[in-house]
Every structure is written in C-alpha cells, then in structure tokens.
Ligand binder design. Structure first.
Ligand code: NBP
Length: 478
C-alpha cells in the first residue's frame, strides 16, 4: 500500500517527536529505525495514530506516495552517508531524501551534488527547538535541491512554529541551494552560543559586583523579559533561579559544576568565519569561554597563585542593573550584526541568494534564539535587503548609541573589579573598530613590509598600487 505522505528514519528523541508532530497535522507517516525493536516500541506507545511501523528500508520505501519523501533524523556524520547509500538503490528518479540532522554544511553541499547526479533530489535542513520544538513546532531551515521544495513545503510549514499577530506565519521558508539551510542553522547555533555567554556574563557581573541573590536574579530576568531583551533564553534563565535541589534544599544552579560542554556547531561557525575572513568575534569568544570553563582544575590551582581585584561595586544598585541590561542588549546587537555579515560573506562565496529578512523570521519562533528583537532585524532587512551591517540600520544605530554610556561603564567596571566578560568586551571592541575610519593597520603594514617586503598601499595613491620601502636604509636612528 503506497499511502504514506512521508517517511522518517531515526527514532531517537528528535525523530520521534517530529513524527508525532507530522501525524498530529494529519499526515500518514512511515517510520523505520536501524535497531528495529525501537519501531515496534514506538508504534506500541502510540496506538491509534496514522503511523506505519516498517521493519526494513524496502518496506518503508514501498509504503510511500510518489515522489517519495524520506526524512533522515540520525546522528550527523558517517551515519547519514551510510543510510543514504542503503536508500539510494531503493528510490526512483524525482524521489526526495531529506537530512534533518545537524550536518556540517560542506557535507550537505557534497550530498546534494551526489544525490542530484543520481537523478534524485536532496534537502539538508536545519531543525531547531530541541525535543519540545520538534513536537510542537520547530524552526525549520531547508536548503538543497530547489526542485524538492514544492513537494515538502506544505508539510514543513504545517509542522513548523508559527509567529505573527495571528500566529499563522510559519518559521520555515526555503533558504537556498545545497548547503544554505545547514549553514543558516550553523549560524543560528553559533549565535545561540553568543547569546548564552552574554547572559552568563551579565549574571557573573551582577553576582560578583552586586552580590545579587537567586531570588533577585529571578526578578531581574523577569523584568528584562518584559522589554527589548524578551526571548526564550532570558525566560528559561529566569526560571532556572527558582529550581531547588531536592538533595540539599539549596538552589540547584549553585550546585552545578562550572564546566561547559559543547557539540561543536559554535566552533564550526568560528572556523568558517576565519576561512571567510570576517570577524565573528562574539561566537569565537563564546567558544573560548567554554574552553576556559573546561579547564576548571587548572583555574582552581591558578586562583591560589594569581591575585587581582576582589572589590564590589559601590554605586547605585538599580542603576547598575539597568546599565548591565543595556550592555547586554548592545552586545547582542553586535553579535547578530556579525552573524549576518558572516551569512552575507558565505552567500557570496557559495553563490546563495539569501533573504536575510526571512532568515530572521525563521528564528523568530520555535528555536533557541527566538526573541522579540528578531522582528526588528526583519524590519531592517525588509527596508534594505542589501543592508551591509545591522549597526547601520536607523533602529539599531539609535539603540547602540543610547546604550553606549552604560555599555562602556559596565565593561570599565568589570575590568576594574577583575571580572571576565569576554563577549561584552568583544562586542564593544567590534563596535569601536567598525566605527573607526582609521585603524592602526598602517603600522602593521609597515612592519610586514619591513621584515618581509610584503608591500603596502598609500592613502594618497589609487587602491591597488603597491609600494615598498627599504626600511633599514630609510630608518633614522637617534
Ligand atoms: P542522535 O543524534 O542521538 O542519533 C540517534 C539515531 O541515529 C538513532 O535512531 C540511531 O539508530 C540512528 N543511527 C545511528 Br547513531 N547510526 C546510524 C546508521 N549508521 N544508520 C541508521 N541510523 C543510525 O538522535 P537525536 O538526538 O534525535 O538527533 C538526530 C539529529 O538531529 C542529529 O543530527 C542531531 O544533531 C540533530 N538535532 C538534535 C537536537 C536535539 O535536541 N537532540 C536538536 C536539533 C538537531 P539506533 O537506534 O539503531 O542506534
């Protein structure tokens, strides 16, 4: 019976929840898992649903309407290629293979090409929102073979998160060719690293400079979540401060080892920023902050040897909390500005036609970085689709200008009190560097030319005309 609308392979946490989401929107879904016992277990746990449990890939493929749509939700990496190799001989021209895992975008570029050469269509899609998002409505960022999109558009948009005044605008739109969807998901994850680290730095300053209690943190984050910082991450951070450890009766957050783990998508974004030659400094600092947190035993040893300031902030408490809020907002704007600059550089490199307003809308709901201010980003790109940098949009120029005194005060105070805030500082350095028409690279070019005859351009001559000086002969020693 060829009646199922779509198939899904990989019944782990994401796959199971996506299947249930699709089924709840009226789709007949065929499912398969490498460990076949999990198929029967899953079907057994969900009686009466429009699901078809299959015990082989052949059975799965045979149960689908044409063109067949098969979504793979398996561990990113070689598992995807192995599964594709098993599926390919079972498929017919025009059938669509969809990889919904966190695949590295060069793999998606390669797979799109391979699959298209075999006469099939490929989609590599970012899916964000974790377990709950997968079930109730994730943010979906599809890219790959454009001809595949009309066949999956309805299903994807129906299962995705919705935003807008009537809650009917799907957080799912076609992103672009081959690896574009996975790239946008990677940038989403990198920005997520930056957002999380910025929130942690705000927490660290307020905890150490003012000595806020967890009850006070709840109120601060609750307040922040009512304004321009309103977002999923601020909301869950607020709620974390309410949780009590049943074992000790104390706040759970204070019992957690300060060593952050990572799965690598933030690192991928930073690595590719370096390849592209764009300064995505906040995400990179956020990755490094996790690395330094991981060196916890070394930090505990160093703490006994290296001294520094230990004082508290002595000024007005409420005003300082507001200053930290503004510093967080301005830094977050810089982080997103960097993310969109990287997207534009990648689009130029891979010849993707990205719609930046749509991308900000994809992140508006369902995903981890969902936030009110993505609406403002969408407006900025709708106003000017070729906007060079978010900081140059009137709304954001005004926002950072307004926040500037507080932003500088917070960073100066943190430096004086010896509190590390790498992402706040990176944001301000980026802002100050970007707004300067003249930077010290004139001296750097002189150094390069001095030791390596690398030549330099001159301010007073046409760009591209190169000069060299014999610095040893020319120097004047007093
Ligand atoms: P996992 O990433 O833990 O993968 C487990 C699934 O992959 C199981 O169904 C497993 O089958 C299957 N699998 C493996 Br491992 N090797 C296979 C192979 N060679 N052939 C066929 N199947 C194979 O699952 P997940 O956490 O649900 O994530 C799925 C994808 O979604 C990943 O790429 C992940 O990065 C991405 N993602 C996850 C989240 C999240 O919150 N967890 C969020 C967004 C995206 P088995 O049962 O036989 O071992």
């Amino acid at each position: 019976m060829s009646q199922c609308d779509i198939a899904l392979v990989g019944l782990a946490v994401m796959g199971e929840n996506l299947v249930l989401n699709m089924e709840s929107r009226g789709y007949h879904v065929a499912v398969f898992n490498r460990t076949v016992s999990k198929v029967d277990d899953f079907i057994g746990r969900h009686p009466g649903k429009q699901l078809k449990g299959c015990h082989s890939l052949k059975e799965l493929v045979g149960s689908l309407k044409s063109p067949r749509k098969i979504m793979m939700m398996v561990k990113a990496g070689p598992a995807v290629d192995d599964l594709m190799n098993e599926l390919r001989p079972l498929l017919s021209p025009g059938d669509i293979l969809i990889d919904g895992g966190n695949s590295f975008f060069p793999d998606t570029i390669r797979r799109t090409k391979e699959i298209e050469q075999a006469g099939l269509l490929f989609i590599g899609t970012g899916v964000s929102g974790g377990e709950e998002g997968a079930l109730k409505g994730p943010s979906i960022m599809p890219g790959g073979s454009p001809a595949a999109w009309p066949h999956v558009k309805e299903i994807f948009q129906k299962i995705s998160a919705k935003v807008g005044p009537n809650n009917d605008v799907p957080c799912c739109e076609w992103v672009g060719n081959d690896g574009a969807g996975q790239y946008v998901k990677m940038v989403h994850n990198g920005i997520e690293y930056g957002d999380m680290q910025l929130i942690c730095e705000a927490y660290f300053i307020l905890k150490n400079a003012l000595g806020l209690t967890n009850e006070e943190f709840y109120k601060v984050f609750d307040e922040w979540n009512r304004g321009e910082l309103e977002s999923y991450l601020i909301e869950i951070t607020r709620d974390i401060f309410t949780v009590i450890d049943p074992e000790t009766g104390e706040h759970l957050v204070d019992k957690i080892l300060d060593t952050a783990q990572q799965k690598g998508t933030g690192k991928w974004m930073s690595q590719h920023a370096l390849d592209l030659g764009v300064p995505t400094t906040l995400v990179t600092e956020a990755v490094y902050a996790r690395c330094l947190s991981g060196a916890q035993p070394a930090r505990v040893r160093a703490e006994k040897i290296l001294s520094g300031p230990t004082g508290k902030y002595t000024g007005d408490k409420a005003k300082f909390i507001e200053a930290v809020r503004q510093a967080l907002y301005a830094s977050k704007i810089c982080s997103y500005a960097q993310g969109f600059v990287q997207l534009a550089a990648a689009a130029a490199e891979f010849k993707w036609e990205l719609n930046y307003g749509n991308i900000s809308l994809l992140w508006r709901g369902g995903c981890i970085i969902r936030a009110r201010f993505l609406e403002d980003i969408k407006k900025a790109f709708d106003k000017n689709p070729k906007l060079e940098n978010l900081l140059l949009d009137d709304f954001f120029t005004t926002a950072v200008t307004k926040a500037q005194p507080s932003w500088r005060h917070v960073i100066a105070t943190a430096a004086e009190l010896g509190l590390p805030i790498p992402c706040f500082s990176a944001a301000l350095s980026y802002f100050d560097g970007y707004r300067r028409g003249r930077l010290p690279a004139n001296l750097l070019q002189a150094q390069r030319d001095y030791f390596g005859a690398h030549t330099y351009e001159r301010l007073d001559k046409p760009r591209g005309e190169m000069f060299h000086t014999d610095w040893i002969r020319a120097r004047k020693l007093s």
